[in-house]
Design a protein around this ligand. Structure first.
Ligand code: GLC
Ligand code: GLC
Length: 650
């Protein structure tokens, strides 16, 4: 019997015994049609991972029931959205897209308050709003909400699930997509599954990885990386109540889910569909690299992690096709790219671009950026990057050591330099970063800090250095300019858009002081918003002036982005800029529109050979940022310190 027949027989049997009577006729037809299209793929993935388990088909049947329930609960407006998105699936490649990530409490402080922030989002052109994890979580330290106790309950401090749905509707009406976290690698130790496990229920203990003694944990730990060595060594936590070692990749209160158990896959799919049905357009797959464990490996980026994500994608295609996944893989660039694909994550953070923009600011050199982007920037046409300069986490220097080696850069030593530079320990550094997760065994560390503080605004203000302030503002706009033009959704991280400095107050908070990432989780107050929106009529401090300049600079760039199709669906070619301080790329769309972007990473004027204008056919062009015209025959192009040109070909 052929394999294809197997699948069809399986689907027939499942459908025979699945009760569709709770669905409307239309939904039942839709469901069956979607199953016919996507079940074969789901079947292949599911049986690849679970086929050797005797109850695989039982769980597969249950999964189909979960998907049915997902469709049943999906609101008509979202079903309409499903239809529209299926007709024009590439919304995320549009020039119109601009993202913002923010914590509800730091901008609200509640979900209901966020309605009042919509004009601010609109002023920034936001179309994609990522609200940081807002689910019920342990009181005190909850890893910034990434320890979820109940996916279906909004943290009462922030509001209710109804509030969230109301906000999602209001945002949608304004053309803003809601993006939520899908924290599926682990739950908090207060999730009801964890509580049942604590009570000794075997079924729920099997939802996690638990061991009676150190034998197996010791074997795994020989090859595991430590993620938060500053709070706990190793990847396991001993639980007194159960007298067991629990797998905890991150904090001790974040228990890794056991995806070798199909029941876990099904249970979490049900939670995923709940989040999809709230009205989220994209789900951010938190810590997705860690979901599959394989003895003798570092248990990151394992093949079956991919297969599982592909299986989740099939589930979305069946029950909520308007929703796409965004990958949060902060790992080696080759591994980052493997999560991107139409059958996996259509969106992905671009941690390599992020890290190397910072590298170029520190070194004033662009070779590593250029070479790395040439290698890693191209991805499938139906996928897109989410380009960012800062987020709520630390900066990890995830570049490819082999690429660095080819340029004569020693990866290990260079990371040491970058850490020194951005924590301000390197003489002459402009940055005020904070070291994060220093590993006492190997000296590894990462860097935290706000965009403004890392770009030099904090130290310039402290030293009353006006030129330094100006340079810091230029650095911020330079980085933003690249993320707005290189191709993908630019994602702002709230408080950076107004250049707020590091917030050190976490050091006085017992629940936060051990986690320096709080230095860059900063409130945006109604006063900040009034300032940014130009509603403050008094003399501004130097710091306020810098805020306004950054905000206005952003608005200017975003307006240009939105009114030129070449920033949307277009190819990106990373060019050699003929000057080691400059970075260059060309965008070209299917209508033949072209944009040449040149950036100067140094505090001195730099010249780029006019030869680069041949990419625009030596035709006349205009820098969209300054409205300066180019004839096309220039023999050199001169860029001011930190200047960026967006030359649009005629
Ligand atoms: C992701 C989040 C980070 C969190 C970790 C564990 O990396 O961005 O903030 O600590 O996952 O959930
Ligand atoms: C590690 C993980 C990443 C996470 C970060 C949190 O770098 O790879 O997923 O965001 O830790 O600090």
């Amino acid at each position: 019997m052929s394999y294809a027949a197997d699948v069809n027989v399986c689907l027939d049997r499942i459908l025979e015994s699945t009760d569709l009577s709770g669905l409307t006729k239309k939904d039942a037809t839709l469901f069956t049609k979607r199953l016919e299209a996507h079940f074969p793929s789901l079947f292949e993935k599911y049986t690849y991972v679970y086929g050797h388990q005797y109850d695989c088909y039982y769980h597969l049947q249950k999964l189909v029931e979960t998907l049915r329930d997902g469709i049943k609960k999906r609101k008509p407006a979202l079903k309409k959205l499903d239809e529209n998105r299926l007709k024009s699936p590439l919304w995320y490649r549009d020039e119109n897209q601009v993202g913002l990530a923010c914590y509800v409490d730091l901008m609200g402080p509640t979900l209901n308050d966020l309605h009042k922030r919509i004009p601010y989002y609109k002023a920034l052109g936001v179309t994609y709003l990522h609200l940081m994890p807002l689910y019920d979580a342990p009181a005190g330290d909850s890893d910034g909400g990434y320890a979820v106790s109940d996916y279906r309950k909004v943290n009462p401090i922030l509001g209710t699930t109804e509030d969230l749905e109301k906000l999602a509707d209001a945002l949608l009406k304004e053309g803003i997509n809601l993006v939520l976290d899908f924290v599926f690698n682990h739950t908090s130790d207060e999730h009801r599954w964890a509580k049942a496990a604590l009570e000794g229920e075997r079924q729920y203990q099997n939802y996690y990885y638990m061991y009676d003694d150190r034998t197996i944990p010791d074997q795994y730990e020989q090859t595991l990386r430590e993620i938060f060595p500053q709070v706990r060594r190793g990847s396991f936590t001993f639980n007194e109540q159960m007298q067991k070692w629990v797998w905890t990749t991150f904090n001790s209160f974040q228990w890794d889910l056991n995806y070798s158990n199909p029941e876990v896959f099904n249970a979490i799919t049900s939670e995923m569909l709940f989040l999809a049905n709230i009205g989220s357009a994209a789900l951010r797959l938190d810590a997705l690299a860690f979901i599959w464990k394989e003895m003798g490996t570092n248990c990151e980026n394992q093949e079956k992690a991919h297969v599982l994500i592909q299986a989740f994608t099939c589930c979305l295609e069946i029950a909520a096709p308007a929703v796409v996944f965004k990958s949060e893989a902060i790992v080696h660039p080759d591994e980052v790219n493997k999560y991107i694909g139409s059958d996996e994550c259509k969106l992905s953070y671009n941690p390599l671009l992020m890290a190397l923009l910072w590298n170029s600011l520190a070194t004033r050199k662009t070779r590593l950026l250029t070479r790395s982007m040439q290698k890693s920037f191209p991805i499938a046409d139906d996928c897109t990057w989410v380009n960012y300069v800062r987020c709520h986490d630390d900066i990890g220097w995830t570049f490819d050591d082999n690429v660095a080696q080819e340029l004569g850069i020693n990866g290990h030593d260079h990371r040491f330099f970058l850490n020194q530079f951005f924590t301000g320990r390197f003489e002459g550094s402009f940055a005020n970063g904070v070291p994060f997760a220093e590993n006492p065994s190997n000296g590894d560390c990462r860097v935290c800090g706000s965009l403004a503080s890392l770009c030099g605004l904090e130290s310039a203000l402290q030293n009353g250095d006006s030129k330094g302030v100006e340079e810091a503002v230029s650095r911020m706009l330079l980085l933003y300019g690249i993320t707005f033009s290189i191709g993908g959704i630019p994602l702002l991280y709230s408080s950076d858009e107004i250049a707020k400095l590091n917030d050190y107050s976490y050091r006085n908070d017992e629940t936060k002081q051990h986690d320096d990432r709080w230095v860059n989780r900063i409130a945006v107050t109604p006063e900040d918003i009034s300032l940014a929106m130009g509603e403050v009529n008094r003399e501004l401090s130097q710091q306020e002036e810098a805020s306004v300049k950054v905000f206005n600079g952003l608005q200017h760039m975003l307006e240009i982005r939105k009114s030129n199709a070449v920033f949307g669906k277009a190819k990106t070619f990373i060019l050699e800029a003929s000057n080691q301080h400059c970075f260059a790329f060309l965008r070209e769309n299917e209508h033949g529109e072209k944009l040449l972007v040149l950036s100067n990473f140094s505090e001195y004027p730099q010249q780029v050979d006019g030869e680069i204008l041949t990419t625009l056919g030596r035709n006349p062009g205009e820098d969209l940022l300054s409205s300066v015209h180019f004839k096309g025959d220039e023999s050199v192009i001169t860029l001011r310190p930190f200047q960026q040109l967006w030359i649009k070909g005629a």
